[in-house]
Design a protein around this ligand. Sequence first.
Ligand code: XIL
Length: 359
Amino acid sequence: MIKSMRRPAPFIQRRHLAAMLVAAFFTLASTAPAFAKAPITLRAAADHTVQIGTAIGLPQLDNDPTYRALAGSQFNSVTPENAMKWDAIEPQRGVYTYAAADEIVAFARAHDQQVHGHTLVWHNQLPSWLTGGTFTAAELRAILRQHIISEVSHFRGKIYAWDVVNEPFNEDGTYRQTMWFQALGPSYIADALRWAHQADPQAKLYINDYNIEGINPKSTAMYNLVKSLRAQGVPVSGVGIQGHLGTQYGFPGDIAQNIQRFTHRLGVQVGITELDVRSILPVDATKLATQTDYYNRVVEACLADARCVNITVWGFTDKYSWVPSVFAGQGAADIYDENYVAKPAYFAILRDLLAARGH
Ligand code: XIL
């Protein structure tokens, strides 16, 4: 069965209810300055049918009350944007600094939110003692093991899912030549998953990558990897589809089929882990409409599959988006603008969540 139990034949009354709720929200939203006080939130609309998440950045969580209010009120899942990466957690060898990540976990707990841990093994945001050091393969393996076991143990019981391995593939589906791959070969992936599982047996363990929204060589490499890991009994429970899209690139129209090959054929979960839709600046009405359409289609594809359990936006406001600093001349990727005005994409997601709720 392609469609999940979440979306049986729509009932007219429920549809009318959803339309009325959205209409009421539009009316209130256009008159109320503070969106934090809006009567309907994304998380209320989701009503536990799916985790609706955001990346959370510090110091904006500490210094921007509107950011904090929306982060707490609109989402039921959070992913630390940087605070759980290696350079933040182990800046010196064997010296672990958990304060920032702990603060986000405490925020999540206070707001009844799940935490998506990000990330244990990656090629970016590594500390200089690691990138600048000279290690044998055996030493690197021991360093990786130690880091994973320490970090996962610290957060044991508090993390719904970990991005254990982030961005292991090149666009053509070959393995990315990271320091981990070069020293250890592809076995670093199975090792990392096993160590994470040992340290927190309850946590879901994900492999996460970008440009794997549609069916292409990279997503097929992910598919083959997860299939082979499952066949070997390696504890992998999910695939993270980052979802960094751009209005200039077109939409991966086969995203639903791609999600379903993971959930149906391999039996793993899928999460949309880092959704945003950027544009070449300045934006105009056409780009905004395309952005809304892309957000809508990703969310619909996830909601159509009961095992697509999480939709996380990579930041919710353009005020702090990672996009302009990484992609020159691009931006406006998020569901709120830099003044916290909700965009049409926000309302499209709200509408999708309302339409799927209760099933
Ligand atoms: C980004 C953060 O958003 C930035 O603040 C940071 O400077 C660089 O990393 N894929 C990932 C994320 O898996 O960790 C990246 O986050 C965005 C791309």
